[in-house]
Design a protein around this ligand. Structure first.
Ligand code: NAD
Length: 294
C-alpha cells in the first residue's frame, strides 16, 4: 500500500483517485470545489482541508489540474511541505515550459518527478484504461509505473522531463488535423452523391485509413460507437481539443517548428468553439465544415 495525495478531483481526477483506492492505496485528496470533494469522499478518498494537508506524509503526489499555472501554483505551495523522497506525478495536460518548470521546482527540493499526461478521456479514467505518456528520469519512471498501473491501460516512457507533454500535444495535433480531413472528405462525398457507408468501406481499408475514420467516424452509421451516433455528446469535447491545439502552437512557436496544418486546425476549432460548440464532441466540427452548425 502506498500513501498517495491526489490534488485536483475533477472529471478526470475523481475516477482516477477512485481506482487507486480500489487498488488498495491510502489516498488523501484535495480540490477547490465542494461537490468534487463529496464525490471523492464517497469513493473512499480521505478529504484534506488543504493541498498541503493532503501531501503531509504522502509517498506520492498526483496532480490533475486544468492548466500549467494551476500546476505551478500547487507545486510552489506543496513541494516545500512534502517529506523528502516524495515522488511527484503531474497528469494534467499543460504546456511543455510549465511541465519543465514543475520538474525544476521538484528537483530543486530534491524530489523525483514525472509529467504523465493521459489519453482516454473520462471513460478511460473510470475504466482504469488510460494511456499515460511519461517524461522524467529512469529512476522517477520506475517508481511511478506501479503507482500509475491501476489507472492505466498503457504507460509509455517518452524521455526526459516534458517529453510526456510533448508526446501528448503532438498526438493530439495529428488527431485534430485528421478529424478535419476526414470531415472534409465526408462533406465532399455528400456533394458528389457518394454514400457515407461507401466512402467508409473504401477509405477504412485504403490509404485514407486513420483513427478519426475507423474508430471515431464523424458521421452516424459506419462506426456505431462513435459520438456521431449520440448527437455528438462527448467523448472528447471540442474545447479540450482547442486547448491541446493551442498548446501545440505555443510549443511550435517556442521551438521553431513549422506546423501550418496544426495552426489551421487551431483556428477552425477556435471558430467552432466561438459558435458555442465547445462542449460538443470534437468530431461535430463536420457540421461547421458542411455549413449546417447552428
Ligand atoms: P476539471 O476542470 O473537471 O478538473 C480540474 C479540477 O482541478 C477542478 O475540480 C478544480 O477545482 C481543481 N483545481 C483547480 N485548481 C486547484 C487547486 N489550486 N487546488 C486543488 N484543486 C484545484 O478538468 P478535467 O476534465 O478533470 O481535466 C483535468 C486535466 O486533464 C486537464 O489538464 C485536461 O486537459 C486533462 N485531460 C482531460 C481529459 C477529459 O476528457 N476531461 C482527457 C485528457 C486529459
Amino acid at each position: 500500500m502506498t500513501s498517495i495525495a491526489f490534488i485536483g478531483l475533477g472529471n478526470m481526477g475523481n475516477p482516477m483517485a477512485a481506482n487507486l483506492v480500489k487498488a488498495g492505496h491510502a489516498v488523501s485528496g484535495f480540490d477547490l470545489i465542494e461537490a468534487n470533494l463529496a464525490t471523492a469522499r464517497r469513493n473512499g478518498v480521505a478529504v484534506a482541508a488543504s493541498a498541503a494537508d493532503a501531501v503531509a506524509g504522502a509517498d506520492v503526489v498526483i496532480t490533475m489540474l486544468p492548466a500549467g499555472r494551476h500546476v505551478i501554483a500547487v507545486y510552489e505551495d506543496v513541494v516545500p511541505k512534502a517529506r523528502k523522497g516524495t515522488l511527484f506525478i503531474d497528469s494534467s495536460t499543460v504546456d511543455v515550459d510549465s511541465a519543465r518548470k514543475a520538474h525544476k521546482i521538484a528537483a530543486d527540493a530534491g524530489m523525483l518527478s514525472i509529467d504523465a499526461p493521459v489519453s482516454g478521456g473520462t471513460g478511460g479514467a473510470e475504466a482504469g484504461t488510460l494511456t499515460f505518456m511519461a517524461g522524467g528520469s529512469k529512476e522517477a519512471f520506475a517508481q511511478a509505473e506501479p503507482v500509475l498501473e491501476p489507472m492505466a491501460g498503457r504507460v509509455v516512457h517518452c524521455g526526459d522531463g516534458g517529453a510526456g507533454q510533448a508526446a501528448k500535444i503532438c498526438n493530439n495535433m495529428i488527431l485534430g488535423i485528421s478529424m478535419i480531413g476526414v470531415g472534409e472528405a465526408f462533406v465532399l462525398a455528400e456533394k458528389l452523391g457518394l454514400s457515407h457507408q461507401a466512402l467508409f468501406d473504401v477509405a477504412s481499408t485504403s490509404s485514407g485509413q486513420c483513427w478519426s475514420l475507423t474508430t471515431y467516424c464523424p458521421v452516424p452509421g459506419p462506426v456505431p460507437t462513435s459520438p456521431a451516433n449520440r448527437d455528438y455528446q462527448p467523448g472528447f469535447a471540442a474545447a479540450l481539443m482547442l486547448k491541446d491545439l493551442k498548446l501545440a502552437q505555443e510549443a511550435a512557436q517556442s521551438s521553431g517548428a513549422v506546423t501550418p496544418l496544426g495552426a489551421e486546425a487551431a483556428q477552425l476549432y477556435g471558430l467552432f468553439s466561438a459558435m458555442g460548440k465547445g462542449d460538443t464532441d470534437f468530431s461535430g466540427i463536420i457540421h461547421m465544415l458542411r455549413g449546417d452548425a447552428k
